[in-house]
Design a protein around this ligand. Sequence first.
Ligand code: 5GP
Length: 116
Amino acid sequence: MSYDVNNIFARILRQEIPCKKVFEDEKILAFHDICPRAPIHILIIPKGEYISFHDFHSHADAETVAHFYQKVAEIAAEFKLDEAGYRVIANCGLNGGQEVPHYHLHLLGGTKLGGF
Ligand code: 5GP
């Protein structure tokens, strides 16, 4: 499977579609999910063309991966989620329920989340 340059998150990165931005630097973009499943539901995406969690970890260099997760933790702290806790989810591929084929991490918090 090759990367679809017209997937919705690629279009958000190109600013063809707006988003409620939380954080941006040269490597990542974080924005509020359009359909939040918790009081705080942020999506964090690398700017590189990675289809999924698996693709990201198979092809991104170690510095890019480390930077990504460092920022996820910083964003969680910025939203004051670190003390009470939060959840990060990466749906991967068809069986993982991934709908948008550009790697993204869901950061969920602000309430006691249900089990699954
Ligand atoms: P997935 O199922 O691929 O892990 O999650 C995709 C997420 O992207 C969903 O939670 C969905 O609500 C969110 N989403 C889909 N389209 C848009 C959009 O245009 N803008 C934003 N901000 N989120 C979107």
